[in-house]
Design a protein around this ligand. Structure first.
Ligand code: AMP
Length: 213
């Protein structure tokens, strides 16, 4: 099963993807995570991507398309995969469609998780991640017991560079301008399912799995 998780930054795509990986046994392919990993390693690609990420803009298509093309051909993707944060605009979706034809694959479901902008802003600017285990917390909704430390492993919690208010506003605008048109793109292909992304993690997981089966 090949799935695309669509939705604005902060909609919970990454959180749900991690739970879906466990349920369906297919890997999560997050272009944002791949770019952050490249940046952490200090590769030329990562350093090039940083200026776009810091500005809340999209990294050039040529960069992300190459990453995805390589990734979906890895053996662990043979039984399917979950794309999280890709495609991000219509031209990436068109390139993806071409790639899938070439590989004899298709997208089975596109699930769009919808959350109002006011809530996204609060979610994103309070988001905290553990440097050691990758666990997620939130300053307001899910604060760690000890400020700055992960409840699970004691690791240091950090805020993503692009989760500050100015960059979050740009990311939401980029979503509205570039990514939202994908809703029509996939609706026209008859693949789009929209779900309400407001609620508990379990409720939203239930909504997604009701679609994926
Ligand atoms: P994310 O972790 O999905 O919120 O992505 C963080 C940042 O990485 C975005 O704001 C973009 O700058 C960049 N990025 C991630 N995925 C893509 C993509 N498919 N196309 C272009 N830029 C991307």
């Amino acid at each position: 099963m090949n799935v695309i998780l669509l939705g604005p930054p902060g909609a919970g795509k990454g959180t749900q993807a991690k739970r879906l990986v466990a349920k369906y046994g297919i890997p999560q392919i997050s272009t944002g995570d791949m770019l952050r990993a490249a940046l952490k390693e200090g590769t030329p690609l990562g350093l090039e991507a940083k200026k776009y990420m810091d500005a809340g803009a999209l990294v050039p298509d040529s960069v992300v398309v190459g990453l995805v093309k390589e990734r979906i051909q890895k053996p662990d993707c043979a039984g399917g995969y979950m794309l999280d944060g890709f495609p991000r605009n219509v031209s990436q979706a068109e390139v993806l469609d071409g790639m899938l034809v070439e590989l004899g694959q298709k997208i089975d479901h596109v699930v769009c998780i919808e959350v109002p902008n006011e809530e996204l802003l609060v979610r994103l600017t309070g988001r905290l991640t553990c440097r050691s285990c990758g666990g997620g917390f939130h300053l307001k909704f899910d604060p760690p017991q000890k400020p700055g430390a992960c409840d699970k492993c004691g690791g240091e919690l950090y805020q993503r560079d692009d989760d500050n208010e100015a960059t979050v506003s740009s990311r939401l605008k980029t979503y509205a301008d570039s990514t939202e048109p994908l809703i029509n793109y996939y609706a026209n292909q008859g693949k789009l399912r929209r779900i309400d992304g407001v609620g508990s993690m379990d409720e939203i997981f239930g909504r997604v799995t009701a679609i994926l089966g």
